[in-house]
Design a protein around this ligand. Structure first.
Ligand SMILES: Nc1ncnc2c1ncn2[C@@H]1O[C@H](COP(=O)(O)OP(=O)(O)OP(=O)(O)O)[C@@H](O)[C@H]1O
Length: 637
């Protein structure tokens, strides 16, 4: 071993060219002795290897080197290939970033350590790209940019203002004059921006009839993200009615799925308005009626089989699956449009697996012997010559929400086909579809006419503040949100006991019939203050709501967006007040500032303003206590 090192790293004295062999031999012996004594010293200093394995490893390493030298066949000083080869191996490993790269360099260093000193000729030759050891200088780690598919990173931009960016209804061709007439009759003379963008896109995808999209291809699925109250409902109602206007046989060709009964009712009402003067029929299945009653509205049994009674079906997911499973003759095989409203919420409910059931029903095959085997369809796949040969009824998915997720993984679950995004948020065109994070760009867009406030308060003064806002600021119609049924109920009882305000509560405490009645009364202006859980936070369109109060601060950004979106709809103005306890302030304000809320004004309510209400409030409190006790007794009985 020692000889190997002597030869490999020759002492400068020993490398004189004019030396005789005898002199060189004696110098080598001296060196050998010196090295041996150093090795002995080191052995005494170092702890003994703990296991036989370690010993074998150490000796094995030593044994390997002379073997390499033998292979080279001469003195190492004349032949530097061996260490260079080892360096090359180390470089490769270091490049690959593998742990073995570090091991290899470690071994190289051990070789020089063994000799007890750094060989002078090795220093300049040390491998350049070997910063595995050392080079600990702090370096700025590059920021990892989220990667979005192009369709999400570069949406079709929709303008925000529903008061300025209007398109006269005659400027969009392809909408039947009768439909235009109906729009005007409902006070609509111009399309809102989202309608002006989505209606032509949908009409274009359906202008070759039901069988194929434009150019014979399956049309793209559409995702639409636009603020609350910006008219998303008409953006799908008008083109769907227009596309189905000339159908000959009645089949379910459009299906709208919504998360709640109230929303489904609202959307079916809009469809009813625009199909009124057409042969198209709309059915609503939400579980509000018995299954048998709903079945009667969907299919009719005749001598020659089942006849479909609806062209457009509006449904909640649970009841829809009930009909797929239990209604004889119910078929989605001619389904052309699948509209998923409040899509982000519906994606959250995907665990109920309603979508795979709908897709399976839509692509259900009766086998080649079926009545119209030629027209049976298959789920869209890659476009090939073969796939475009057979004309099929395409199933086009349309997603709508004010808080549509940008998460490609979540959207992927919907099995979208070559999707296109229409959004009021500008795109983030960056190099190679990366998102350029714009700090000023909020996550969501809000109606322009909406003003946001927060009210710092103590827990005990929250009900008083609500009463002050309603009575003192003279709002004629207000929606107040709490985070639970219990909170809603108690606040309702308290406000009722306080008097001077017509108040009602809306929550799952009431059946669908009662809830419908409450909403109607609120719409008619018979209720001034509606205290509600998040059951009315999404989609509910009640004209004239001037004020939204978040009695309990919403826990999620999306909840905030939808709650405050019940006011300032369709270009109107509105106010939103969020009551915040000291402990909630920082977190909440941070959350909304990330949402793109322009500015949340602090609205302090001085004690003096509340003082005149206190005496009446205390009476109401004791009344509430009595009522709660009575209710508890009744519950126990
Ligand atoms: N072009 C239009 N001109 C005037 N009013 C319109 C127009 N389009 C829609 N509206 C009205 O705007 C209101 C809000 O529409 P819609 O309920 O479709 O909003 P949205 O975008 O679905 O809101 P959300 O996200 O809260 O569900 C409705 O009362 C509707 O009648």
């Amino acid at each position: 071993m020692a000889l190997f090192h002597v030869a490999r790293y020759p002492d400068p004295e020993a490398s004189g060219l004019g030396d005789t062999e005898a002199e060189a031999g004696s110098r080598a012996r001296v060196l050998l002795e010196r090295l041996q004594s150093r090795a002995r010293e080191r052995q005494q200093r170092e702890p003994k290897p703990e296991s036989a394995e370690a010993t074998a490893e150490a000796t094995g390493r030593r044994r390997r080197r002379p073997r390499r030298r033998r292979g080279v066949g001469g003195s190492v000083s004349q032949c530097p290939e061996a260490p260079r080869a080892k360096r090359q191996k180390a470089d490769v490993n270091a490049d690959s970033g593998s742990e073995s790269g570090e091991e290899a360099l470690g071994e190289l260093n051990t070789a020089s350590e063994d000799s007890g000193e750094r060989p002078p000729e090795e220093a300049p030759r040390s491998p350049a790209p070997g910063p595995v050891l050392g080079n600990f200088a702090r370096r700025k780690t590059p920021k990892i940019q989220p990667f979005l598919p192009t369709w999400l990173a570069e949406p079709n931009c929709v303008k925000k203002s529903v008061t300025e960016d209007l398109t006269p209804i005659e400027d969009i061709p392809g909408v039947h004059p009768d439909l235009q007439k109906q729009l005007r009759a409902n006070g609509i003379s111009s399309y809102f921006p989202v309608q002006a963008a989505v209606i032509p896109a949908l009409l274009e995808s359906a202008d070759s009839g039901f069988l194929v999209g434009r150019g014979g291809y399956q049309p793209s699925d559409l995702c639409v993200s636009a603020p609350t109250g910006s008219g998303k409902t008409l953006a799908f109602v008008i083109p769907v009615v227009q596309a189905l206007l000339h159908r000959v046989v009645c089949h379910i060709r459009a299906l709208v799925v919504l998360p709640t009964k109230e929303l489904a009712q609202q959307v079916s009402k809009v469809f009813n308005i625009y199909t009124d003067a057409t042969p198209l029929r709309v059915a609503l299945v939400t579980g509000q009626k018995s299954l048998a009653k709903e079945q009667e509205s969907l299919v009719q049994k005749t001598v020659d089989g089942y006849h479909c009674l609806a062209d457009i079906l509006v449904a909640t997911p649970g009841r829809l699956v009930d009909h797929i499973d239990q209604t004889p003759g119910f078929s989605l095989q001619q389904l052309r449009f699948l509209i998923i409203d409040e899509a982000d919420r519906m994606i959250d409910s995907m665990h109920q697996s309603w979508l795979p059931r709908v897709v399976a029903a839509a692509f259900h095959s009766e086998g080649p012997s079926g009545s119209c085997a030629l027209l049976q369809r298959t789920q869209p796949q890659a476009v090939t010559t073969a796939s475009t040969c057979l004309p099929q009824v395409p199933l086009q998915k349309l997603l709508f929400s004010a808080t549509l997720t940008q998460n490609p993984e979540k959207l992927q679950r919907l099995g979208l086909y070559q999707p296109r995004l229409f959004s009021t948020r500008p795109g983030h065109k960056g190099p190679k579809d990366t998102v350029e994070v714009d700090e000023n760009l909020g996550k969501y867009t809000f109606p322009v006419g909406l003003t946001h406030h927060y009210v710092p308060c103590r827990l005990s003064s929250k009900p008083l503040i609500v009463l002050h806002l309603i009575l003192g600021m003279n709002f004629s119609r207000a929606l107040c949100f709490t985070n639970s049924r219990e909170h809603s109920h108690r606040l309702f009882l308290l406000a009722q006991a306080f008097g001077g305000v017509s108040v009602a509560e809306f929550s799952s405490r009431y059946g669908p019939g009662q809830r419908k009645k409450i909403l109607k009364q609120f719409e008619q202006g018979k209720i001034q203050l509606l205290i509600s859980t998040d059951a009315t936070a999404r989609g509910i369109d009640v004209q004239g709501v001037e004020l939204v109060i978040n009695y309990d601060a919403p826990q999620y950004l999306r909840t905030y967006v939808h709650r405050v979106g019940r006011t300032a709809r369709a270009g109107k103005t509105g106010q939103a007040f969020t009551l915040l306890l000291k402990v909630q302030e920082r977190k909440f304000l941070k959350m909304v500032s990330e949402a793109g809320v322009p500015e949340l004004a602090c609205h302090e309510i001085p004690r003096e303003l509340l003082q005149p209400l206190v005496a009446r409030y205390e009476i109401a409190l004791s009344q509430l206590e009595k009522t709660v006790k009575e209710e508890q007794k009744l519950k126990m009985a």
